[in-house]
Every structure is written in C-alpha cells, then in structure tokens.
Design a protein around this ligand. Structure first.
Ligand SMILES: NC(=O)c1ccc[n+]([C@@H]2O[C@H](COP(=O)([O-])OP(=O)(O)OC[C@H]3O[C@@H](n4cnc5c(N)ncnc54)[C@H](OP(=O)(O)O)[C@@H]3O)[C@@H](O)[C@H]2O)c1
Length: 349
C-alpha cells in the first residue's frame, strides 16, 4: 500500500459537523445527543385505508422521509400507539428504514410507550418493568431496528415505583437497545420526582427531554405549568408537541368558514374550540409580522419557540412535502431581539 500519496478524501472532511444538509442541530438538554432544530412528528402517518386514523399514507410519508433527509430534518418522532393504537406510524418508518438502511445512522429516532397495545391484562400497559420491556421489544419489531435513539415514557404512571421504571431504563441503555431516555406529558412535580430518584441511580436514566404540549398562542397547558422553567434550570430539553397548534398557526384557519375536509382541525372536529375569535386575533397579529419579515407565520412560530430558554428541537407534523420544506426552513430563521419583542407584544396584546 502507498502510504505517501495524499488522500484528501480521508482527511479533508470536517473534524466536527455543526449542521447536516444545511439544518442546524442543537444539543438535547445537557446530554451529548444532538438533534436537528426542526424535526418531524409522525402521529398522523400510517395506513388510512385500514382505518387507523392516519391522514398521511405510505406514499406521501415516504416522499416526506426522502425529502426530510435532503433537508437535514432527522429528528423523527413516533409512538407505539400512533395511530389509534395501531402501531402503524412505527411500521411505516420501519418499512422506509428497511428500504434506506444507509440512513439509519443519520436519524435520531424517538418512540414512546405506556398505553395498551396488543395485550389485554393489567400488565400490558404502564411503566412496570414488564410493560417497558415488552412494549420496547414490540416497537423495535415494528421499526425493524435493534435500538432506538430516544425512548419516551408517554405519560406518568402513578401505580409503579419510579425506581422500578428508571432501573429498567438503565438496563435497556446498558443493553444498547435504548440510547437516551425521555418523558412526555409530565407535570413539573412529576419531572422533579423523576430527577430526584435518578440522582440515586446513574445518568443512563436521566431524562434528556420532556415532550409536553406547547405553542406560542396556547403556551403550557395549565396542568404542565412550570415544566418548561424546570427544564431550563435542569438542562432537560423541552420538546413541544403540537407546536403549530395542530395547524392553527398558519393562514388556513383565518376564515374558519373556509376550512373544510382535509384541514385537520376541521376533520378532527375541534375547529371551534381551537380557532376561537381571540386566538385568531393573535394569529392575525403574528401573520402581519411574518408578512413584513417575508416569512410564513408557521416559520415565525417555530423560530420563536426555538429561542425560549429550555426549549429543545421542534417536531411539527408535516402532512405534505411542501409543509416539510416550509417547516425545515424555519430552522434557519434567526429572529433579532427587536423582532422577538414584537412577537411577545403580539402574543400578549
Ligand atoms: N407526546 C404526546 O402526547 C403528543 C401529542 C400530540 C403530538 N405529539 C407529537 O407532536 C407532533 C406534532 O404535533 P401535532 O401533529 O399535534 O401538531 P402540529 O405540529 O402543531 O400541527 C401539525 C398540522 O399543522 C399543519 N401544518 C404543518 N405544517 C404546516 C405548514 N408548513 N403549512 C400549513 N400547515 C401546516 C398540518 O395540518 P393538515 O394535516 O391539516 O395539513 C399538520 O397536520 C406529532 O406528530 C407527534 O409526533 C405528541
């Protein structure tokens, strides 16, 4: 072998990457894991013809996954119970990964467990050692993977000692089938309790993220108030779910009478509750700012969320490739302090 001929293909690569395909990354809390600032929620991805409650079928989902890689949108969020308890969101991701095995390392894949799936006894849901191990095994089978990057507890389980759940996570991390642990739908106090117990164990079971509902208009739901502040103080990433309020933070509902079949808030029968005149007035003020800054109001919302202390990567659902492209571009929108002040004023007026 000729060791003296220069091999720029080997050494001319950056020693450390800060972004991927143009998408900035950010640390997930105080952990070493980095995730794309804009990720992809897949709650509504599945097989609509099976009646699984999905609104994005395999063909569209695969087009979205392909484009997501090109745009650096690599933080993918699913759960065992998406959609309607079918597991089809995971199955669909698994089928795409099987067709694109070279992309596995580029994706930070997060899934969740807690709710009942295919088992009927009281042991087949919740955060007992039994259900955590069984549910993860079933998720890995649907995903056709041997590990997940992030495993979330989908909600708190008051019926199981925290030590039992966290020690199970420690074991799974040691076994290499889970890389990072996180929680979802946790109140401030539940998160504080978990962090306290974790300190008696190892960092393997320290939650790196909390996934709770949050969007600029509705903020933290009452039951979760204080969780974001605790995340900021404790180096835990707050990954907001429904960051676009299910689509309210776009221009499509400004005239609710025009919303119809195909618009999610309409299809889910929650248009009246979600698009109240007060909330639409806030969206209108944000739209005005976004127009002046030549961005979309959904991009303004995502870029704003990324500036909040404690906030982690965003996981908006994208139902089309065009939505994905728009959402991905929000990862590169930088808001000045003057713009942030104008957004705050629009939100609180
Ligand atoms: N942990 C939990 O309990 C929990 C609960 C809920 C969600 N989540 C996660 O959070 C993710 C996101 O939440 P979400 O789906 O509830 O709500 P979201 O991201 O706030 O809203 C997504 C909806 O907004 C519309 N949309 C998205 N991007 C758009 C764009 N650029 N332009 C116009 N419209 C756009 C689409 O509506 P159309 O479909 O009508 O086009 C899409 O379905 C989920 O996929 C899931 O991964 C977790």
């Amino acid at each position: 072998m000729d060791y003296l001929t220069p091999r720029p293909d080997l050494y001319d690569v950056p020693f450390m990457a800060e972004e991927f395909n143009g998408m900035p990354y950010r640390r997930v809390g105080a952990s070493g894991l980095q995730a794309s600032a804009i990720g992809l929620g897949t709650w509504k991805f599945g097989y609509p013809h099976t009646g699984d409650g999905a609104r994005v079928d395999e063909r569209t989902a695969f087009a979205i996954f392909d484009r997501a890689i090109e745009l650096g949108v690599t933080f993918w969020d699913t759960a065992n119970r998406y959609n309607a308890g079918s597991g089809n969101s995971e199955r669909l991701i698994g089928r795409w990964l099987r067709a694109n095995p070279e992309q596995r390392r580029n994706i930070v894949l997060a899934t969740k467990l807690h709710g009942g799936m295919d088992g009927a006894t009281p042991n087949h849901s919740g955060l007992s050692r039994t259900n955590i191990v069984d549910a993860l095994r079933a998720s890995l089978a649907r995903l056709q993977l041997d590990y997940v990057d992030v495993l979330y507890f989908h909600r708190f389980d008051p019926g199981v000692p925290i030590e039992e759940s966290l020690e199970t996570i420690e074991d799974l991390v040691r076994q290499g089938v889970v890389r990072y642990f996180a929680v979802s739908n946790f109140t401030r106090d539940q998160l504080a309790d978990y962090l306290k117990v974790q300190e008696t164990l190892s960092r393997r079971c320290r939650p790196v993220a909390v996934q709770n509902q949050f969007d600029p208009v509705n903020r933290e739901p009452e039951r979760f108030v204080g969780a974001l502040e605790l995340c900021a103080a404790q180096g835990v990433a707050y990954v907001p779910y429904s960051p676009l309020a299910g689509g309210l933070l776009t221009t499509r509902y400004l005239d609710p009478a025009k919303a119809g079949a195909g618009d999610r808030l309409h299809d889910e029968g929650r248009l009246a509750a979600a698009a109240t005149p007060e909330k639409l007035a806030v969206v209108r003020r944000l739209v005005k700012l976004a127009e002046a800054w030549e961005i979309e109001v959904s991009q303004l919302a995502l870029a704003y969320l990324l500036t909040l202390p404690g906030m982690g990567p965003q996981i908006p659902s994208s139902s089309t490739v065009a939505q994905l492209e728009s959402n991905a571009a929000a990862g590169r929108v930088t808001l000045t302090s003057e713009q942030l002040a104008e957004i705050e004023a629009a939100l609180s007026a």
